[in-house]
Design a protein around this ligand. Sequence first.
Ligand code: MCN
Length: 784
Amino acid sequence: MAVTKERTTYIGTSVARKEDANLLTGQTRWVDNLTLPGMLWVSVVRSPHAHARIKGVNMSKAAEAEGVVAAFSGTDLAEEWAGALPCAWPVTEEMANPPHWPLAKDKARYVGDGVAVVIAESRVLAKDAAELVEVDYEPLPSVTDVTKALDDGAPLVHDELDSNRCYTWALAAGEVDRLFAEAAVTVKERYRQQRLIPNAIEPRGVLVDLTPAQGEFTMWSATQVPHIARVTLSGTTGIPESKLRVVAPDVGGGFGSKLNVYAEEALCLVLARRLGRPIKWIEERSEGYLATIHGRDVIQEIELAATAEGKITAVRTRLTAAMGAYLQLVTPGIPLLGAWLYGGCYGVEGYDFECVGVFTHTTPTDAYRGAGRPEATYAIERAVDALARKLGQDPVDLRRLNFIKEFPAELASGLTVDSGDYDASLDRALEMVEYDAVRREQAERRERGDSTQLGIGLSTYMEMCGLAPSRILAAIRYGAGGWDAATIRCLPTGTVQVLIGTSPHGQGHVTTFSQIIADRLGMAIDEIEVLHGDTSVIPLGMDTYGSRSLAVGGVALYNAADKVIAKAKQIVAHGLEVADYDLEYDAGRFTVRGTDRSMTVKEAALAAWTAHNLPDGMEPGLEETYVYDPPNFSWPGGCHVAVVEIDTETGSVDLRRYVAVDDVGTVINPMIVDGQIHGGIAQGVAQALFEEAVYDEDGNLVTGSMVNYMVPSAAELPNFELDRTESPSPTNPMGVKGVGETGTIASPAAVMNAVVDALSPFGITDIDMPATPERVWRAIEEAR
Ligand code: MCN
């Protein structure tokens, strides 16, 4: 499909965000701001043990406490469930998927596993009473380290399985063994993707209302996925889908952690049903550290085969990926979202990938910004630097030699990259960072033996986002489609309602989607109202994750506008008594060719509503829906460069500069895109330098609060220097690609390549993330 170049006013402009007035004046509707008459609060009693048999739960003291209405153990609620919590991505036929009940009945399998609930008149009373619940635990041995969970004799997370292996998933193409045998040079590296804890500004929260006589339920949830939650929670609770309305009101970020269906949502629904009153639960921050999914926790082994000149011929990857104690919504598929990308933006011939998913006695893992793709980018970009060191080449030259240069490009792993220009973004990034000058400064410092050394790290990345063609998702056994939907409803008074199936929670869809319609229908931004996140208002939607909203939902909207314009054209042609081919269309106005006679889309909307003078047989009204299933993923790419200073006496790493040149195709709103990249880089730098979830020997989460889990603030980060190149995607009419995760995908590799580059005079070739001062200092001391 050709990229349409139309006269535009709003697309490509940094329109101020329509969302911000509410945010800045405190008029947002977070779940926590919602109150209903007769509402009760629930508090969840959580296991303090990583692994324990539940021998009994004594509720008597809690039940007598002030304000308590009811208290239930997992066994008490067992009959409420029509099914276990959903895992929608059974990645192989043989995958082990032990049932995950909203409350544990016989055994607790991680610290934080819910074992009982107390329902009371207020949040404080529910919490106080929860502390009076007496659970008789028999502690059992546990395993939290993914490298130990497959050892013989490791404690089993699920007794019914004969090991902690959840699945093995493999993908291979080309003559990999031969290419390795013939290689002039090989490198073999082992990297650790530490476990991360997502930190959206708003913790999770749920409120359920009901009309008992009709058996109808409304659930407000701080979720990214109201549509998916409705389908799946119907299966868990037995509430018919038609009787369940899910609303994602204003949602304060998610970063993948709210792309899920959680025990507390199911609990609030069945407790409302059981008690006949509205039920509310709001997560505390430290509770969220245990009860909301974690990210990463993967061990990676990667091998590259190359010619003497440095042409990479084959890649072999082995992953061991922690699932945690249970499979959440898409847990098993997350490491596989990188499965096709371990060759990076390099044209390799042989490809061999295998991932083993493993249960551990830990909080379940699942999607966290980038989901599989930061891991893949990290491994290949670090390995390419290792190869450059081995060959004595500059990492810039080695990358250039290997870049894919022609598009569309078929990857050895089997997918097709739509478009790109990796040299262009590399060139621009090197120019911005003044690469030669920084290398000179580095050489001078090394020469002088300065205590503060300089490191320069590159990450030339590409990724697949915009999830995605339903047929490909079927091939990889994903449980839903990849389409999305949009409806444009032209109202008789000249304004427009736009119904979108995506569910924004910080990304600014109300603004960017208004920009698309304003240009296409010739309207002012304020004449467009964007509705989202309510299953009773928006019947069709696949929600927001995988940087899919613009490249799938935005394209659905663009195409819906085509349908509106086509119908309006017939109405106008009929009204002006001309043939439709005599009409020219530009930005909301149809003009009879060569005359000054014209009519607007708004006028056509009024004519469609009065229906006084429509073509014979035409349905009144001007409202169109488009459901779009994309033919391919979208493939952003680019080059990030980090410059770090390391104090070799203390090990402290200072990120001095960060340059990012990204290619996300056509840009709708440059300011929003920059904001997405800023946030993404901050999260990736956090993985490289600051954040790590740590469990002790007994399976306690040692980093259980922000006191000891280091989420960086703006003070720890430099000003990011951004620019763009633009290779429009040929697969959609706007030429757009996703941007929501690119920063997080590219940045850990750039920063860690810089850290290792700074330390290379000591002979150091790897440091685990996060590169804390202690870790760096120890590495230097050992090397000395
Ligand atoms: N955009 C644009 N031009 C482009 C690409 C995108 O103007 N070429 C705009 C879009 O119209 C949209 C925003 O940028 O307003 C992000 O678009 P897209 O890349 O389609 O990503 P999604 O909207 O699907 O958002 C999901 C993505 C993911 S997967 C995570 S994780 C993430 C992220 O967005 N979580 C976020 N960004 C976040 N931002 C905030 N504030 N909070 C989160 O939880």
